[in-house]
Design a protein around this ligand. Sequence first.
Ligand code: ATP
Ligand code: MG
Length: 298
Amino acid sequence: MAFIELQGIAKSFPTKKGTRHVLENVNLAVEEGEFVSIVGYSGSGKSTLLAIAAGLRKGDSGKVIISTQGRTVYGFPYRASVVFQNYSLLPWFSAIENVRLAVESMFPAWPRKRQEQQSTRYLEMVGLGNALHKRPSQLSGGMRQRVAIARAFAVEPEILFLDEPFGALDALTRSNLQQELARMCSALARPVTAILITNSVQEAILLSDRILPMTRGPRATLGPAVSVPLPRPRSLSLLVHDERAVHIEAKIVEFLTGFALGAGKEPHAQDPAVINGRQTSASWAPINEIPSTEEAQA
Ligand SMILES: Nc1ncnc2c1ncn2[C@@H]1O[C@H](COP(=O)(O)OP(=O)(O)OP(=O)(O)O)[C@@H](O)[C@H]1O
Ligand SMILES: [Mg+2]
C-alpha cells in the first residue's frame, strides 16, 4: 500500500457554457519518502489535482487514501506543507513572522522564542538571514518565494505539496531555488514525501524520483510514469550531458506533445521551437504556450 494513493479522481466545474470536465480517472500512488512530479500543460488541471491530493478541495468521485505501515489512516494526520506559485505570504507581516505563524500553528506548545529560533534557522537556510524583518513588499520575487519555502520546511513536514513553486521566477533565480529545494530535501533527517507540479520537464528531472505527465484535457489524466534513476545532487549540466537524463526528457516530451522523436515525423523547418528555454529540433512549443483543447475551443 502506498503512502498517498489517489484512486479514480474526477472533477468537473459548472460554467456558463456547461460542465467543464477537468479531471477524469486520475490514479496515483506515492511511496513514503518519494519525490514525484506531475508535468503538464497550463490549464490541464494540475492545481486542481494537487488541491484534491492535499485535502484542500474535494473531488467529485474517487478517493485519496493515506496509509502508513500498511494501514489506512483517516483524516489528514500528517504535517503537510503547501507551496503555491504566487508566494501567498501575509503582506503586513515580516519574513520571520510569516514563517513563525506557520510554526506556531504546527507547534502551538513551543514558547515564542523557540518558534522564532526555528523560523530564523530556516530563513537562514534559504539565504535570508539578513532579511528577517523585511515585509514581502520589500523583497524580490525570488526572496518571497524563499520565504515561502522556508515556511514550508520550518514546520518539519512529512508531506510537501508544491504547486509550480518557481513558475513566476526568472530562469536564473528559478534554477538557484531548484538547487536550494533539492538541498533542503536532502538535509532532512528522513526523506520528505513530495508531489511537485511543474511545467518544466527539466525541473522535474532535477528534483524527482518519478515523473508523471498529465494529458492536456479536458478530462485530463496521468500518463505512464517515468523513473529518474540519476544520482543526487543533480546539476543543470547533467540534463544536457547525461544520456539517461536526455532520454527521460525526450520520453516525457514525446508523451506530452504526441510527437515521437526520431519517428520520421519531421518538424516544419520554419517552425523551430523552444522548450524549457532550449532550442529544439522538433516543432515543439513551450508547454505553457500550447492552448488546451478546451481553451482552443473557447
Ligand atoms: N473553481 C473553478 N471553477 C471553474 N473552473 C475552474 C475552477 N478551477 C479551475 N477551473 C478550470 O479547470 C481547469 C484546470 O485548472 P487548473 O488551475 O487546475 O489548471 P493548471 O493545470 O493548474 O493550470 P496552470 O498550469 O495554468 O496553473 C481550467 O480550465 C480552469 O479554468
Ligand atoms: Mg496551476
